[in-house]
Write a protein that binds this ligand. Sequence first.
Ligand SMILES: *[C@@H]1O[C@H](CO)[C@@H](O)[C@H](O)[C@H]1NC(C)=O
Ligand SMILES: *[C@@H]1O[C@H](CO)[C@@H](O)[C@H](O)[C@H]1NC(C)=O
Ligand SMILES: *[C@@H]1O[C@H](CO)[C@@H](O)[C@H](O)[C@H]1NC(C)=O
Length: 449
Amino acid sequence: MRISRIFLIFGTASLCVASAVPRSSKPHSSFKRSDNATNPMFQLSTDADFNFEILRVLSMAPYEGADIGEVLVAAKEIEPGDFESFYNGFNNLALRAEKIARAIDPRRHPVSARNALFKLSNYYRSADFFLHGNWSDPRINALWEKQLSAFNDAMALMTVPGERITIHAKDGGFDIPAIFFGTGLPGRRPTLIACNGYDGSQEEMYHVIGQAALQRGMNFIAYEGPGQPTVRREQNLGFIPEWEKVVSPVIDYALERPEVDGDAIALMGFSFGGYLVPRAAAFDHRAAAIMAVDGIYDFGQSILKHLPEELQQIFSSGDAEKFNAILSKVIADPTTVTSFRWGVQQGSWALKAKTPFEFMTKAQAYNLTGLTDKITTPVFVGDAQLDGFFLGQGKELADHIGGMTTYHQFEAIDGAGEHCAIGATVYQNQVLLDWFEDIIHQPKNCIRP
Ligand SMILES: *[C@@H]1O[C@H](CO)[C@@H](O)[C@H](O)[C@H]1NC(C)=O
Ligand SMILES: *[C@@H]1O[C@H](CO)[C@@H](O)[C@H](O)[C@H]1NC(C)=O
Ligand SMILES: *[C@@H]1O[C@H](CO)[C@@H](O)[C@H](O)[C@H]1NC(C)=O
């Protein structure tokens, strides 16, 4: 098969990101986007994936994670398709932001120091984002140390400081790093327990939804399991499909805290967490509500569909050598669409797969076939109108879970059409947390079975 043809097809995943549905379309009638419409949002890069990742950092601005102007300065250094330029843009920003943050005396100006340190941590994380193609790149750990250090210093300056904890997962034999953020309010409170996905950290979750939960008087617990940034680095563990082995010990821990109302726990999974959390909820029924943002029913099939038909056939035939030979060339080529190159590199790192074939094989285990019937909790399934990674998966998950699902499609015209409503954090938190508050405030017998 000619490689140029593959580029063209791989290109579609990303081109989708740059297209949209016209204003007149309504959430439930317009699930299938038409590829010819234009995206109503201004683009920050001609590289759709870089646009997405820059927007992701900007998205944290309402919750202490970024300042818009400095992110746009970093964005100007970033060249389409050039992963090193993404590192340079954010690393240079972080070095400037570090000077500013560390010059503040936190005893005299604790709020200013905290603001500056939270942003700094986010910028170091962003500098690391596209570097996982080479597992021995020393920057992978060096940048992480810096992001952790800035985040810890920021947390210590919160009105109620975040508390780092380690929870041992007996069934699995690994440690779960987590952070408990208490409201400081009296009595037992509703509690949101959240994880990130394929590439994000527990620290990012504080800015994604944690601070929004605290503002509403809910405790917040963020955690990471195997395959996620700190566990992958410190324990050398790749993802496992059995996410209940991660979630159940976190719920056990939460129930021991005097701040937590055990009848008002929500589990939230962000991005690839939209598979992980429903998977866990099929085995652990103690949460009052779960949120899959956005929902994923079959991760393996959904990424396989990004490949051209002929390559899918080579994969199905089990010809690993041929599959790897083609994919290695495609990934090494800087003109291949960024989301595809990055998706395979990041997935291989996070699933601990040495080759593209091994990655694709391992990925197939991440599906909810036969498990959705076991979910007994009300479920919120988010979906994004222009999802560039998992288009169609949210609807599929919602349809499989059926009656207990609240399906919500976030729309492009509201600035919320990208995967995980990136760019619309305030709006997304309004929708998600209002839904959770309504669930826990209604009498138990009114909740649908
Ligand atoms: C856009 O796509 C839709 C659905 O495929 C089609 O009906 C319509 O004619 C197209 N519009 C243009 C301007 O190409
Ligand atoms: C990966 O990074 C290491 C350390 O910087 C370097 O020595 C090695 O050449 C890199 N490998 C590739 C394939 O770029
Ligand atoms: C779904 O995952 C299971 C293992 O978790 C695997 O046995 C099965 O083949 C997968 N199904 C599909 C359709 O890939």
